[in-house]
Design a protein around this ligand. Structure first.
Ligand code: SF4
Ligand code: SF4
Length: 386
């Protein structure tokens, strides 16, 4: 066993253990938090305005799919829906999310929009909200509209929680989330500089854990974790000599993918994943009215979700700049089967990146990775070509 991940009867020996445990068992963590008296709100997607939920005294917890068999969700969703949507629905219909007080559905891709209706009609949690974002982002009216929908979301939270949200409450939450984002970005920068300081699978559990752990404690936890990484506790010598890569896609809830990649002589030095840097990219301005500041982060983000529109080339430009900044020679698109927004973007992104001498490959997964041998052969072939 890796000495840094050893636990004795649940006694955590390292800060990293907290992240790994939460990533392994989000429902167990949510249940305990709820038992301690904290309301828990499930969040779909990186467009859920977590600061508002936190300011209302609730815990925003990202929902993931399941590795269990899909039985109940198949009665509600077509077979051509992504495994994330099916997994989240399966988890709620089987009662695995019974600790939740409710959920918030940002309107991004069609699947999440339809999932929202199915969820509302088939569950009886106390709280439910849709946050209906504009599709086109870079206009003044998109910003004004987003501030309006946040006003409405704030009112929903106020009438549910029975307490009003002051500017001071919102500013305090923004500061906590900014600190979390800054520290996750710093860990990514440390790893881009020295990919041997932490394995890709452990890094993925740090980001996933950050979407689950108590945000009031998280800034301190991340600070201590950074110290542990700096001390070399998680060093994986040899990673610094591997081919530098970027992974792009929606969700990657498969830590093994990063291990297989490292065994294949590649190492991810940055990503464009909703379970990666898209969770923490860009902070919220302080000194601007809080709702406007939170809205600006979403409408002005340089790497929007493919279900949103900034410009025809925004994602390609952002990925090419990312590859250049982090000296990556290839991009692996990690595509969940039936994820239309990402699938539609792929041909253009491949062409755009290849004309800029960045090699591209596609790995398509459902709720399980392809067999390890098969995946390893494909990754090795791609990496040896670079
Ligand atoms: S790809 Fe878009 S819709 Fe899907 S989780 Fe990410 S931000 Fe949300
Ligand atoms: S963006 Fe893709 S992976 Fe995310 S919910 Fe929509 S279809 Fe599923």
């Amino acid at each position: 066993m890796h000495p840094a991940t050893a636990t004795e009867k649940g006694t955590f020996m390292n800060e990293l253990d907290h992240f790994q445990e939460a990533a392994k068992n989000p429902e167990g963590y949510g249940k305990n938090l709820k038992a301690s008296g904290r309301p828990v709100i499930g969040c779909l997607c990186s467009y859920a305005p977590e600061e508002l939920i936190h300011a209302a005294g609730a815990h925003p917890m990202r929902l993931f799919g399941t590795k269990e068999a899909i039985v109940n969700a198949d009665g509600h969703l077509q077979t051509y829906c992504c495994s994330l949507a099916k997994g989240v629905l399966e988890n709620t219909l089987t009662g695995r999310l019974s600790f939740l007080d409710g959920a918030v559905f940002p309107h991004t891709c069609d699947t999440i929009q339809r999932l929202s209706d199915i969820w509302r009609l088939n569950t009886d949690y106390d709280f439910f909200a849709d946050v209906v974002y504009p599709v086109k982002l870079n206009t003044q009216s998109a910003l004004d509209y987003t501030v309006d929908i946040f006003e409405r979301f704030k009112k929903n939270l106020e009438s549910w929680s029975g307490q009003s949200l002051s500017e001071a409450d919102l500013t305090r939450s923004i500061e906590i989330f900014n600190s979390i984002r800054d520290q996750l970005a710093e860990i990514y920068r440390m790893r881009s500089k020295d990919p041997a300081c932490l394995s890709g699978s452990l890094l993925s559990s740090v980001v996933k854990g950050s979407m689950i752990l108590d945000r009031d404690e998280l800034p301190e936890r991340l600070f201590r974790l950074r110290k542990e990484i700096e001390e070399g506790r998680y060093a994986v010598p040899g990673n610094e000599r591997k081919k530098r890569l970027i992974v792009a896609g929606s969700l990657c809830d498969h830590p093994d993918f990063f291990s297989i990649l490292e065994e294949s002589d590649g190492v991810v030095v940055w990503d464009d994943l909703c379970t990666g840097s898209r969770y923490f990219d860009e902070t919220v301005d302080i000194g601007v009215p809080p709702l406007e500041a939170i809205a600006r982060r979403y409408v002005e983000r340089r790497r929007p979700c493919p279900a949103k529109h900034l410009s025809n080339t925004a994602r390609g430009e952002a990925l090419a700049a990312m590859a250049e900044e982090h000296k990556a020679s290839g991009v692996i698109f990690f595509l969940l089967k039936f994820c239309d927004p990402h699938a539609f973007d792929y041909p253009y992104l491949k062409e755009y990146l290849e004309t800029r001498n960045v090699s591209v490959t596609l790995v398509e997964v459902e709720n399980q990775l392809p067999p390890e041998g098969q995946l390893k052969t494909r990754l090795e072939t791609f990496i040896h070509m670079l």
